[in-house]
Every structure is written in structure tokens, then in C-alpha cells.
Design a protein. Sequence first.
Lengths: 368, 281
Amino acid sequence: MENVKLKIIKKKDVLNFLDSLKKEYNILVPMEKNGDIRFSKFNSGQDIPWDYRNTKISPKEIFFPQAETLFYFEAGASAPSNRSRVSIPINESKDSTSETNNEQRTTNYLIFGIRPCDAQAFSLLDKLFGGDDFQEPYYLKKRKQATIVSLACNKPQITCFCTSLKGKPDNEEGSDVILFDLEENILVKPITKRGEEFIENLNIWFKEAKKSDVEKKNKLMDLSLKKIRSGVNLKNIKEKLDEAFDISFWNEIHQKCLGCGICTYLCPTCHCFDITDEIDSGAGASPTPEGKRVRCWDSCMFPLFTLHASGHNPRPTYKERMRQRIMHKFNYCPENFKEIFCVGCGRCIRNCPVNIDLREMLISIDLS
Amino acid sequence: MNNPYLPMSVTIKKIIIENEARDIKTFDLGFNDKKDANKFKYTCGQFAEISILGVGEAPIGIASSPMDEDLVQFTVKKYPTGVVTSVLHNLCPGDIIGIRGPYGNGFPMKDFEGNNLLIIGGGFALTTLRSLTKYILHKKNRARFKDITVLYGARGPGELIYKSDLKQWDQREDINIHLTVDKGDENWKDLVGLVPNVLKELAPSSKDCISLVCGPFIMVKYTIPPLLDIGFSPERIFTSLEMRMKCGIGKCGRCNIGSKYVCKDGPVFTYKELQGLPNEY
């Protein structure tokens, strides 16, 4: 593993390095906005928050935005009875990135400084949106053109439990390159072929790493790993849940849930969505109102998620919905994709307004 | 990459009002592009997303037979809270809408060959079973199937759909039709009673027979025990599930029951398969 050529870049050179790539890539970096860190378009001169813990909103939004236009259509008049309302689509997505600008547009993405757990989440979403039968073109199109450069965690949070899953502070799955923050310098380790080529092509920016750099990195990672204190034994979680659909555990666990859905919205692996139509009324300058079909995040925690037009709802209460969320991640996905759809990032724990702790839930299932 | 979300353009050719309450209509649709028509190859029991731009999409079972040429039919019940079905019911012949699909597994027609079939439908859920019946009765297919028995029930005589088909089938010698209503009227000469009860009385033989049950959930629930009593094994009882759906391609997550997605692993399941799923439909 360590025979990969490790490189070094000076931390103070990173901004210039990214600047030089602006034409070739849509560069997305963690950036502070209104007190939260979120992946945003790289601005020259704005420093990378190297010691950021993690973003509030998961970077899944880069490839799977909260709302994404699938296509546009001419909407005709607004009265429902008007026949011209029902017409055929006029074009596919004009531009599916949320930010529009006048700069030259490239379709390559460079995701720089993502945490390893979130990078791993991409490899899970790839399985879902890829798949053997149907391919999800909007996600895959962007995903396939992305180079993922992750940043190993020097300081895990108390809600981190990636080590209970497949993760660790320097987990490589889903990343093309992984970076280590050694204060003055950044240690660079290519992981995939794409990552190797990326580094090779930009060789002028890098120096060979010294033995002392590697030692420093190893020390940091050892310490970081030890800081992840919370854990759940998930070894046989799928098999346990196979037998757990009707246990009384579910009657209790949902009771303080408000059903706000924040756990699913912020989750890097939650992927359920809705498709709705939106029409711009055309009251302004445009003579023909424009309609668009939009795909947006949805949540299994919402009662409308499964409500039939007939009034029947297969998951009518918080109990069924909470169970669905747990089962989908820890039982159904392992069945379908051989993977637990959780990376242990802890967002659902940090942001739950009533302090529901996924780890505690999983431990309780383990005991019941 | 092929974009599965783009609907194909179709024109409403004809609309038939199926019932007295006038809330069930059959829409005959024709493709506006020959290429789409060739692409849209379906089997009995599959469904498609009916797509009205500016309104939304709704998954509806295909009511026509794969043997029908240049025609796709959907029978749609309008619900007051159903956004798409309400708009659809207000459209006229000549209007253009979209469909995308076909989706789902459909009935395993090849496996049914050489068997007797007991087809049990309730209310407007006869749609995909009508597709299947028409397919079997087609002269190119009929010889591959043995005896066909249809038991079809509705609340009242006015609520039976596909009346012209039922009449035609009744006049044929190679199919047995039993019609029943919860409550008859002065002209009603067929059976009276709920489908599960009528089934118990008819007690058709389960020998070399496959049963298919589609109807309101409550009907299906009470029809399965008498079928088991008659001697049908769980893997020879087929039904079709309904769930709320959006994408139709197993991504959006809402039709998920256990590890299955009704849109791509279903909607057709055997009772045996249902026994292996969480009771959440």
C-alpha cells in the first residue's frame, strides 16, 4: 500500500494550485457561509478551512441536488382545462448545476477536501443510481466526470462512528486522491488510476514526500483513529433485523421523533426523491409560461411519502416510518447491494432536534 | 445515456366511461412517433407512468393486450385527491399527454402456458387481468392455455367495467365467466355476493390451475384463504400490488417493501413471495 508514490504540496500553494485548474474543472471546496460549512464553487483568494469538521449538508448535493430540473416544457395557459397545457417536452436540462455563470463551462468536476466518509457515500450511491437494470442519468453524468480528492480527518467529532462501518479517518473508498493535513504541508496520496493521472499531470506542483512526512501522517492517523470512541457492533445487523420487523422495539423508539426528516435530508446516503412539476406563471416578460419537471429530495419520514390517492397509507405512523428508515439502510440495502447504507458520519445524530441517536437505536436492536 | 424520465408523446384517441358513477374511464392512446410505438413493447401485468406536463405522473396498469396493434389502453379511476387522475378525467379525445414505461415484471405468461387459469377480479382492478384475458383469448395464443375461468365482482351492476368485453367473452365457449355484485337490481340475473364467498361456493378445481387475484386490498386479503382451502399452493396464487410510485425504475424509494421495489421487482407477486415480505402494503 505504501509503495504508492506519496507527494507533498505546501499548504500555502494550494490556492494557486486550485486557481490553475479553474478552467478545466468545476472546483467545489468546503466553504464557510453563514456559519455553516458547505461545498461551494471555489473562489480565488478564499482559503480552504483545513480544520473544518464536516459540512452540515452532505456533499451528495453536488451530484444529487436537493432540487434538479429533469427537463423543461412549454406550459401554455394556466387554466387546468386548457388543452394547450398538455404538450410534449421541449428540451432536456439546460444546465443542471445550481449556479449559473458566464464563465466558460466545463463538465469536469473536482471535489476538493471532502471527508472520507462522504467520499465513501458516493461509492454507495453509485451502486444505487448505477445498477444493473436502470441507470440514473442525471447523477451518473456528473459523477462520472468527477475527481474526488478527500481530506483525511485529524480530529473526528464525538458523533463520528465510521469505524463501526467500513470507514476510518483515512478511508480510501470512493476517493481518487486523499490528502493529509500536516500543518505546513499537505501529503498527497493517489488512490485510483484517475487519481494517479491527476497528480501526474500536475507534477510541477508536487515534491516527493520525505520519510518524516509519512511518519508524521501515520502518527496523526493513529491518534485520530483512537479519538473515535463511539461504536456499535454492526457485524450481524442485517441478520438481526431480518427477525426484527415485528419486535416491540419499534413501538418505543419512534415516540420522540417529530418527523422533521432532517436525518434523511442531511444523510450522505439517503437518496429517496419526489418528482413534481413546476410552472412559472408567465406573468412577467415571458409570453409563454415555462414549465419544468423537477426531481427533489423526499423522505421516508414524511406521511405523504407513501400515501395513495385512495387514502390508503402503508406506513401511516411514525413507527412504520422510523422502522423503514432503519430497515432500508441496515437490512434492505445490504440485501440488494451487499452494503449498509450508512457511513457513520453522525449528521443525523448531530442535527436531530430531539437528540435521537442512531447509535443508541442500533445498540438497542442489538440487545432486544 | 438513455433518459428514463422523458415521457413519450401520445394522443388520446377515444375515451370510454366504464361505470355508472362515471369515475372510471378507459383511455385509448396512440403514439405520435412511430419509433416510440415500436419501443413500447409490454407484457400483461406491466404498468406505465401517465405523464401530464404541468400536473405530474401516475403509475397505471396497462389494460390493453400486447396483441393489440397501435393501441395502448389505460383504465383510470378518478380519486378526488388524485391530482393526475382528476386532470386526466377532464381531457378530451385529441389531447396530447405523455407516457413512459413499460415498467414492472408483468405476469409470467410463459409459465402459465399449459395450465388452467382462474382469474379473479374485483372492481376496477380488472384492468391488467383484462389485458391478460384478452391476450390468452387471442387466436394465436388460446391453444397454449387450458380452461379459463373468470370470476369478476363489483359493488353493483353499474360498477362492472369492460361490459362489452364481458359480453363477448360470455358468448365464447372457451371461457367461463361468473359475474357477481354485492347488491343486484331488478335486471340482475347473475350472482349476488362478495367475491370470497362466491369463490367458496363455486369451489373451482385447483388441479393444474393457477389463480390470479386483483382487486381492492380487502378483497384480495379475504380471497386468498379460500384459494388455499381449495388447494392452491401459495406459489400458484398471483396478485398485483399497488404502491405510490414516482420514478418507476427502482430509485426513488417510495414503493419499497422489504428489499423489493414494487415498480421493478413487482407489481406481480405470488402469495408465496408476499409471505416473505414485511406486511406493509
